[in-house]
Design a protein around this ligand. Structure first.
Ligand code: ATP
Ligand code: MG
Length: 415
């Protein structure tokens, strides 16, 4: 049985569906110049900076702007990818999420959603489990204000992230040390896995800054290491326009077996706007393999060292069968939230399958992209990133025809 442990971003997205971006109160909350902490259409700000910008408590301002009750979803690159991997791998794998919640009602929503997604609390023998450190203060969340009438009815959104407990979650919760609290795992538990996955750690800053050491520890334990990026708003704010770092000294790469990023993240992290150049840069810096996604456009990938066989930078298309299904049944369309996170989950599942089959050698990055492409596309059918199964095995079954169709259509490429 393959074991997968992951940490990083796990939060609740609150969606306020009917905000008027043309209202005077909203206009007053808009950023006047880059990095001033004001809201940006299509952009994310941190609640604490927004609060300073407004000069009033964030919760009061949110009430004024949001007008009404939100709906909510479990989100975050780490948990969404792990939920997907656990669902499609079923009993062939043991999946664990390690993270933080705060002391508020949102924390309860996170745990309820994890339960609905088949995860059990504590470090049981269950096939999907979570270990959430309880930290005083708010649970991480993103408030999403949406104006469906904006831009002649195309609609737009603006995002406000409350980092809360995620801002205090640090390496000590994952390693042995002073921070071992009631809900902390026994020392090394996190690293004792076949796959150790870091997802969206730019939104768990203390983990992000210690990425190199944490990856090193996972490598010492002979784990396969995977890093799935998220937009690094903190770097963007502290050093606008500068290249983002992975690890405090930009030295995480040799310890990363597989890096997954979307095109913008790859560009900002490598400094290379073209995905081909970015892939080359990541491999030169020491990554085993890298994948760059580009929404409904191609998926770029390359691999350069063990445990992978070598692939020069090349592309695969997204799933045509999913596009056809969406065109034939527009009523099945959800939204594109979590496409990237599910893509990463599919790739994690693909790597897990290969590890089970042949051990940590001669892994095939092109083959691992296929379940990612199906999972990323499939997320277009759901609202939010998580698909809640009615019975276990449901998602794997629904994905099967898309994976099969993809292999058939790409037969000339995929031998
Ligand atoms: N419209 C689409 N049709 C088919 N597949 C899609 C579509 N949008 C996304 N995907 C699949 O999901 C993958 C990841 O999407 P994308 O590059 O948008 O990730 P992202 O920017 O990280 O998204 P997010 O952060 O919102 O989850 C794509 O490579 C593709 O396989
Ligand atoms: Mg993403």
């Amino acid at each position: 049985m393959v074991s997968i442990n992951g940490t990083g971003c796990c939060l609740i997205d609150y969606l306020y569906p009917n905000v008027d971006f043309s209202a005077p109160a909203f206009k007053a909350a808009l950023s006047k110049k880059d990095g001033d902490g004001g809201l940006g259409i299509g952009k994310l700000v941190f609640a604490e900076h927004f609060e300073t910008f407004m000069g009033r408590p964030y919760d009061t301002v949110l009430k004024e702007l949001s007008g009404g009750k939100p709906s909510y979803n479990l989100g975050g690159p780490s948990i969404v990818s792990l939920v997907h991997a656990a669902q499609v791998l079923g009993d062939t794998a043991q999946v664990g999420f390690f993270g933080a919640r705060g002391s508020d009602a949102t924390g309860g929503l996170v745990e309820a959603a994890l339960g609905r997604a088949g995860f059990s609390g504590g470090l049981s023998d269950k096939h999907a489990r979570y270990c959430l450190a309880r930290i005083e203060g708010p649970t991480p969340r993103t408030d999403v204000l949406s104006d469906p009438r904006y831009d002649n009815g195309h609609g737009e959104r603006t995002f406000i992230n409350v980092i809360g407990a995620a801002g205090l979650y640090e390496s000590g919760f994952l390693t042995s040390g002073v921070l071992q609290g009631e809900n902390s795992p026994p020392s090394d538990e996190f690293f004792n896995a076949d796959i150790v996955a870091f997802g969206g750690t730019a939104l768990t800053p203390r983990i992000h800054d210690n990425l190199t050491g944490l990856l090193e520890k996972a490598k010492q334990k002979k784990a396969f290491t995977l890093v799935n990026l998220v937009f690094d708003y903190r770097s963007e704010q502290t050093s606008p326009g500068k290249k983002w770092k992975l690890g405090k000294n930009d030295d995480a790469y040799p310890r990363i077996d597989l890096l997954i990023a979307d095109k913008d993240e790859a560009w900002r992290t490598s400094g290379c706007p073209s995905p081909g150049d970015a892939l080359r840069w990541f491999l030169e810096k020491g990554c085993g393999a890298a994948i760059i996604t580009e929404g409904s456009r191609a998926v770029h990938f390359a691999s350069g060292r063990a445990p992978f066989t070598v692939f020069k930078p090349q592309t695969l298309p997204v799933s045509g069968a999913i596009d056809r299904e969406l065109a034939a049944h527009p009523e099945k369309r959800g939204d594109t939230t979590g496409c990237g996170d599910n893509f990463a989950g599919g790739v994690i599942a693909g790597i897990a399958g290969q590890l089970e089959e042949r051990g940590p050698e001669e892994l095939d990055i092109r083959e691992a992209c296929v379940p990612g492409i199906a999972a990323g596309g499939f997320a277009c059918f759901t609202l939010g990133g998580v698909f809640y199964e009615k019975q276990s095995g449901e998602k794997a079954k629904l994905l099967e025809p898309f994976i099969e169709a993809y292999r058939k259509e790409q037969f000339s490429v995929l031998k």
